[in-house]
Write a protein that binds this ligand. Structure first.
Ligand SMILES: [Zn+2]
Length: 210
């Protein structure tokens, strides 16, 4: 499996590009910005995008989705609990002093338990509310990898002081859904360096005694 992680935009959101070597199909997660760079990676590997997945409706994760959809024709998946947040993306843009990105139509919900396939690999949707109400993670058992959005970071967790955030809920999501995964599972957070479930169980100061 091809997996490239590209920090995009001014908040350096980790955009993940997964590609299947046989079918040359790709899944792009969180195309926040810098769509030209993402397309360059796709072209370099000869990949065709079959799905665009948004882990949550913060502008740094969803901002480039319309451009990528227009360029590839791929459907966009997002959990519907973040629709409200997305409807007010102009407010997020104003906070950051950014122009409001072009609106993207959401084609499919990403509900807890939903599965997307890429070649032989399965991408399972875990609904992990707390950072936002519609936050999801993608668990790829065949790769032993978790794409965590802004729910879990290396030695930190997602902020919960923004609209739709809930500090107790994010801890419940991490304990119930993420800490149930294998310790050696690699975690690709929405920002910053990679980690593993076991490492965060041991060293994450926000999760002591969880
Ligand atoms: Zn976020």
């Amino acid at each position: 499996m091809i997996h490239e992680i590209l920090p995009v935009g001014m908040l350096a959101c980790n955009c993940s590009i997964f590609g299947d070597e046989t079918s040359r199909e790709a899944i792009v997660i969180d195309p926040g910005d810098d769509i030209g760079d993402i397309q360059e990676v796709l072209t370099r590997h000869g990949l065709r995008v079959k799905a665009i997945v948004i882990t949550h409706a913060h502008i740094d994760h969803i901002g480039g989705a319309q451009k990528l959809k227009a360029a590839t024709g791929a459907p966009v998946y997002m959990n519907s609990n973040d629709q409200d947040l997305y409807d007010h993306i102009d407010v997020q843009a104003a906070w950051l002093g950014m122009p409001t990105p072009e609106r993207v139509g959401i084609d499919a919900p990403a509900r807890d338990g939903d599965r997307l396939t890429l070649g032989p690999a399965e991408f399972q949707v875990l609904h992990t509310p707390g950072h936002t109400q519609g936050s999801i993670c993608l668990w790829i058992p065949g790769e032993n990898k978790l794409v965590a959005g802004d729910t879990l970071f290396r030695e930190s967790i997602g902020r919960t002081d923004l609209p739709g955030g809930d500090g107790r809920q994010i801890l419940r999501s991490i304990r119930g859904k993420l800490f149930a995964l294998p310790e050696e599972a690699e975690v690709v957070p929405g920002h910053g360096p990679l980690t593993s479930i076991g490492r965060e169980k041991e060293f994450n100061p926000f999760l002591r005694g969880l």
